[in-house]
Design a binder for this molecule. Structure first.
Ligand code: PXP
Length: 251
Protein backbone atom coordinates (compact mmCIF):
# COMPACT_ATOMS: atom_id res chain seq x y z
CA UNK A 1 0.00 0.00 0.00
CA UNK A 2 1.39 3.38 -0.95
CA UNK A 3 0.93 6.81 0.55
CA UNK A 4 2.59 8.64 -2.32
CA UNK A 5 0.31 11.15 -3.98
CA UNK A 6 -0.81 10.13 -7.45
CA UNK A 7 -1.51 13.21 -9.54
CA UNK A 8 -4.33 13.38 -12.05
CA UNK A 9 -3.76 15.37 -15.21
CA UNK A 10 -7.03 15.98 -17.00
CA UNK A 11 -6.70 16.09 -20.78
CA UNK A 12 -9.20 18.59 -22.21
CA UNK A 13 -8.52 17.92 -25.92
CA UNK A 14 -11.87 16.33 -26.60
CA UNK A 15 -13.87 19.22 -25.23
CA UNK A 16 -12.20 21.12 -28.07
CA UNK A 17 -12.99 18.27 -30.47
CA UNK A 18 -16.70 18.78 -29.81
CA UNK A 19 -16.39 22.56 -30.15
CA UNK A 20 -14.50 22.26 -33.42
CA UNK A 21 -17.03 19.84 -34.89
CA UNK A 22 -19.30 22.86 -35.35
CA UNK A 23 -16.64 25.55 -35.68
CA UNK A 24 -18.28 27.63 -32.95
CA UNK A 25 -17.14 28.79 -29.52
CA UNK A 26 -18.62 26.07 -27.30
CA UNK A 27 -18.06 23.92 -25.36
CA UNK A 28 -15.09 25.91 -24.04
CA UNK A 29 -12.10 23.72 -23.06
CA UNK A 30 -10.84 26.41 -20.69
CA UNK A 31 -14.11 26.28 -18.80
CA UNK A 32 -13.56 22.50 -18.60
CA UNK A 33 -10.06 23.10 -17.21
CA UNK A 34 -11.42 25.39 -14.50
CA UNK A 35 -14.01 22.81 -13.59
CA UNK A 36 -11.37 20.06 -13.56
CA UNK A 37 -9.42 22.07 -10.98
CA UNK A 38 -12.50 22.12 -8.72
CA UNK A 39 -13.09 18.40 -9.24
CA UNK A 40 -9.64 17.31 -8.04
CA UNK A 41 -7.32 17.52 -11.04
CA UNK A 42 -3.71 18.33 -10.23
CA UNK A 43 -2.85 19.50 -13.72
CA UNK A 44 -4.25 20.16 -17.17
CA UNK A 45 -2.97 18.36 -20.25
CA UNK A 46 -3.53 19.61 -23.78
CA UNK A 47 -2.12 18.40 -27.08
CA UNK A 48 -1.55 21.09 -29.68
CA UNK A 49 -1.49 19.00 -32.84
CA UNK A 50 0.07 20.11 -36.08
CA UNK A 51 -3.37 20.05 -37.77
CA UNK A 52 -5.07 21.84 -34.81
CA UNK A 53 -7.87 19.30 -34.93
CA UNK A 54 -8.82 20.03 -31.31
CA UNK A 55 -6.72 22.38 -29.15
CA UNK A 56 -5.83 25.68 -30.83
CA UNK A 57 -3.06 28.20 -30.30
CA UNK A 58 -5.59 30.51 -28.63
CA UNK A 59 -6.56 27.70 -26.21
CA UNK A 60 -2.91 27.37 -25.18
CA UNK A 61 -2.65 31.14 -24.66
CA UNK A 62 -5.80 31.15 -22.53
CA UNK A 63 -4.69 28.13 -20.49
CA UNK A 64 -1.54 30.04 -19.58
CA UNK A 65 -3.49 33.17 -18.62
CA UNK A 66 -6.60 31.76 -16.98
CA UNK A 67 -5.63 28.49 -15.31
CA UNK A 68 -3.64 28.19 -12.09
CA UNK A 69 -2.96 24.46 -12.39
CA UNK A 70 0.29 23.34 -14.04
CA UNK A 71 -0.06 22.88 -17.80
CA UNK A 72 1.36 19.79 -19.46
CA UNK A 73 1.68 20.60 -23.16
CA UNK A 74 1.72 17.53 -25.36
CA UNK A 75 3.70 18.28 -28.49
CA UNK A 76 5.43 16.66 -31.41
CA UNK A 77 9.17 17.19 -31.78
CA UNK A 78 8.92 19.84 -34.49
CA UNK A 79 10.45 23.30 -34.75
CA UNK A 80 6.99 24.90 -34.81
CA UNK A 81 5.96 23.24 -31.54
CA UNK A 82 9.30 23.99 -29.92
CA UNK A 83 8.84 27.72 -30.70
CA UNK A 84 5.36 27.64 -29.21
CA UNK A 85 6.54 25.82 -26.09
CA UNK A 86 9.38 28.29 -25.60
CA UNK A 87 6.94 31.19 -25.96
CA UNK A 88 4.44 29.80 -23.44
CA UNK A 89 6.81 27.99 -21.10
CA UNK A 90 4.32 25.46 -19.75
CA UNK A 91 5.17 23.66 -16.53
CA UNK A 92 5.79 20.49 -18.54
CA UNK A 93 6.03 19.32 -22.12
CA UNK A 94 5.30 15.74 -23.04
CA UNK A 95 6.87 14.89 -26.38
CA UNK A 96 4.64 12.54 -28.36
CA UNK A 97 4.83 11.01 -31.83
CA UNK A 98 2.39 12.48 -34.29
CA UNK A 99 1.06 11.34 -37.63
CA UNK A 100 -1.59 13.30 -39.48
CA UNK A 101 -3.58 10.25 -40.45
CA UNK A 102 -3.84 8.74 -36.95
CA UNK A 103 -7.01 9.09 -34.91
CA UNK A 104 -5.10 9.41 -31.67
CA UNK A 105 -1.50 8.97 -30.47
CA UNK A 106 -1.22 5.35 -31.51
CA UNK A 107 2.11 4.34 -30.06
CA UNK A 108 5.03 5.60 -28.02
CA UNK A 109 7.89 7.72 -29.32
CA UNK A 110 10.69 5.96 -31.14
CA UNK A 111 13.28 7.19 -28.66
CA UNK A 112 15.93 4.82 -29.94
CA UNK A 113 15.63 5.47 -33.71
CA UNK A 114 14.84 9.13 -33.08
CA UNK A 115 17.54 9.68 -30.49
CA UNK A 116 19.57 12.28 -32.40
CA UNK A 117 16.45 14.15 -33.51
CA UNK A 118 15.02 14.29 -29.98
CA UNK A 119 18.22 15.34 -28.23
CA UNK A 120 18.07 19.11 -28.97
CA UNK A 121 14.35 19.22 -28.10
CA UNK A 122 14.93 17.74 -24.65
CA UNK A 123 17.95 19.98 -24.08
CA UNK A 124 16.32 23.22 -25.27
CA UNK A 125 13.08 22.70 -23.36
CA UNK A 126 14.95 21.71 -20.21
CA UNK A 127 17.22 24.75 -20.46
CA UNK A 128 14.06 26.90 -20.65
CA UNK A 129 12.82 25.40 -17.38
CA UNK A 130 10.16 23.16 -18.96
CA UNK A 131 9.96 19.71 -17.37
CA UNK A 132 10.26 17.29 -20.28
CA UNK A 133 8.55 13.96 -20.41
CA UNK A 134 8.77 11.42 -23.23
CA UNK A 135 5.73 9.34 -24.11
CA UNK A 136 7.06 5.83 -24.59
CA UNK A 137 5.95 2.23 -24.81
CA UNK A 138 6.44 0.32 -21.54
CA UNK A 139 9.72 -1.09 -22.79
CA UNK A 140 12.95 -0.99 -20.73
CA UNK A 141 15.08 -0.17 -23.81
CA UNK A 142 12.94 2.91 -24.50
CA UNK A 143 13.42 4.01 -20.89
CA UNK A 144 17.18 3.58 -21.17
CA UNK A 145 17.13 5.85 -24.22
CA UNK A 146 14.92 8.39 -22.43
CA UNK A 147 17.40 8.45 -19.57
CA UNK A 148 20.31 8.91 -21.97
CA UNK A 149 18.44 11.80 -23.59
CA UNK A 150 18.35 13.53 -20.20
CA UNK A 151 14.56 13.65 -19.83
CA UNK A 152 13.53 13.71 -16.16
CA UNK A 153 10.14 12.08 -16.81
CA UNK A 154 8.69 9.27 -18.92
CA UNK A 155 5.01 8.70 -19.57
CA UNK A 156 4.18 5.05 -20.23
CA UNK A 157 1.67 4.46 -23.03
CA UNK A 158 -1.17 2.41 -21.50
CA UNK A 159 -3.07 2.00 -24.79
CA UNK A 160 -2.15 -1.65 -25.40
CA UNK A 161 -3.15 -2.56 -21.85
CA UNK A 162 -6.48 -0.72 -22.11
CA UNK A 163 -7.26 -2.05 -25.60
CA UNK A 164 -6.50 -5.69 -24.75
CA UNK A 165 -9.72 -7.63 -25.16
CA UNK A 166 -9.02 -10.86 -23.35
CA UNK A 167 -7.81 -11.22 -19.79
CA UNK A 168 -4.52 -12.92 -20.65
CA UNK A 169 -3.50 -10.23 -23.09
CA UNK A 170 -4.42 -7.54 -20.60
CA UNK A 171 -2.38 -9.23 -17.90
CA UNK A 172 0.61 -9.48 -20.21
CA UNK A 173 0.33 -5.80 -21.10
CA UNK A 174 -0.11 -4.88 -17.46
CA UNK A 175 3.02 -6.86 -16.54
CA UNK A 176 4.96 -4.78 -19.10
CA UNK A 177 3.78 -1.58 -17.39
CA UNK A 178 4.77 -2.85 -13.94
CA UNK A 179 8.20 -3.87 -15.21
CA UNK A 180 8.74 -0.58 -17.01
CA UNK A 181 7.67 1.44 -13.98
CA UNK A 182 10.19 -0.49 -11.88
CA UNK A 183 12.89 0.13 -14.46
CA UNK A 184 12.09 3.86 -14.49
CA UNK A 185 12.61 3.94 -10.75
CA UNK A 186 15.99 2.22 -11.05
CA UNK A 187 17.00 4.80 -13.67
CA UNK A 188 15.82 7.70 -11.50
CA UNK A 189 13.10 8.72 -13.96
CA UNK A 190 9.78 10.08 -12.72
CA UNK A 191 7.12 7.80 -14.14
CA UNK A 192 3.72 8.87 -15.49
CA UNK A 193 1.19 6.84 -17.46
CA UNK A 194 -1.79 7.41 -19.68
CA UNK A 195 -3.86 6.77 -22.78
CA UNK A 196 -7.17 4.98 -22.97
CA UNK A 197 -7.68 4.71 -19.20
CA UNK A 198 -11.26 4.21 -17.98
CA UNK A 199 -12.97 3.43 -14.67
CA UNK A 200 -12.41 -0.26 -15.51
CA UNK A 201 -8.71 -0.05 -16.27
CA UNK A 202 -7.41 2.70 -14.00
CA UNK A 203 -7.12 0.96 -10.66
CA UNK A 204 -4.33 -1.56 -11.36
CA UNK A 205 -2.23 1.20 -12.93
CA UNK A 206 -2.97 3.61 -10.08
CA UNK A 207 -1.84 0.97 -7.60
CA UNK A 208 1.70 0.89 -9.05
CA UNK A 209 3.45 2.80 -6.30
CA UNK A 210 6.13 4.58 -8.29
CA UNK A 211 3.80 5.94 -10.95
CA UNK A 212 3.34 9.57 -9.97
CA UNK A 213 0.84 10.90 -12.49
CA UNK A 214 -1.93 9.68 -14.76
CA UNK A 215 -3.11 11.72 -17.74
CA UNK A 216 -6.68 10.94 -18.71
CA UNK A 217 -9.03 12.62 -21.17
CA UNK A 218 -11.21 10.85 -23.70
CA UNK A 219 -13.09 8.64 -21.26
CA UNK A 220 -13.73 11.53 -18.85
CA UNK A 221 -15.19 13.74 -21.59
CA UNK A 222 -17.34 10.86 -22.89
CA UNK A 223 -18.61 9.99 -19.42
CA UNK A 224 -19.39 13.67 -18.85
CA UNK A 225 -22.21 13.36 -21.39
CA UNK A 226 -24.01 11.15 -18.88
CA UNK A 227 -22.95 12.44 -15.47
CA UNK A 228 -21.30 15.82 -16.06
CA UNK A 229 -17.59 16.53 -16.22
CA UNK A 230 -17.18 17.37 -12.55
CA UNK A 231 -18.66 14.03 -11.48
CA UNK A 232 -16.72 12.01 -14.04
CA UNK A 233 -13.45 13.54 -12.82
CA UNK A 234 -14.40 13.12 -9.15
CA UNK A 235 -15.16 9.43 -9.71
CA UNK A 236 -11.83 8.88 -11.50
CA UNK A 237 -10.04 10.68 -8.66
CA UNK A 238 -11.87 8.49 -6.13
CA UNK A 239 -10.89 5.27 -7.93
CA UNK A 240 -7.28 6.39 -8.16
CA UNK A 241 -7.15 7.24 -4.46
CA UNK A 242 -8.84 3.97 -3.55
CA UNK A 243 -6.32 1.99 -5.59
CA UNK A 244 -3.54 3.91 -3.95
CA UNK A 245 -4.85 3.06 -0.51
CA UNK A 246 -5.48 6.70 0.29
CA UNK A 247 -8.55 8.63 1.24
CA UNK A 248 -7.28 11.51 -0.87
CA UNK A 249 -5.63 14.78 0.06
CA UNK A 250 -2.18 14.94 1.62
CA UNK A 251 1.15 13.78 0.18
N1 PXP B 1 -1.09 10.90 -22.41
C1 PXP B 1 -0.69 11.18 -23.65
C2 PXP B 1 0.76 11.39 -23.90
C3 PXP B 1 -1.62 11.31 -24.71
O1 PXP B 1 -1.19 11.58 -25.96
C4 PXP B 1 -2.99 11.17 -24.42
C5 PXP B 1 -3.99 11.35 -25.50
O2 PXP B 1 -3.94 12.64 -25.99
C6 PXP B 1 -3.35 10.91 -23.09
C7 PXP B 1 -2.39 10.74 -22.11
C8 PXP B 1 -4.79 10.77 -22.70
O3 PXP B 1 -5.38 9.69 -23.35
P1 PXP B 1 -6.95 9.51 -23.31
O4 PXP B 1 -7.55 10.73 -23.93
O5 PXP B 1 -7.17 8.27 -24.08
O6 PXP B 1 -7.34 9.38 -21.86
Amino acid sequence: MSTTKLRLGVNIDHVATIRNARGCGYPDPIRAAKLAARAGADGITAHLREDRRHITDEDIRRLGREIDLPLNLEMAATDEMLDIALRHRPHAACIVPEKREERTTEGGLDVIGGFQHLKPFVATLSAAGVRVSLFVEPDPAALDAARALGAPVVELHTGSYCDAVDGDAREREFARIVKAAGHAQVLGLECHAGHGLTYDTVKPVAAIANIRELNIGHFLVGEAIFVGLEDSIREMRRLMDEARGRVGGAE
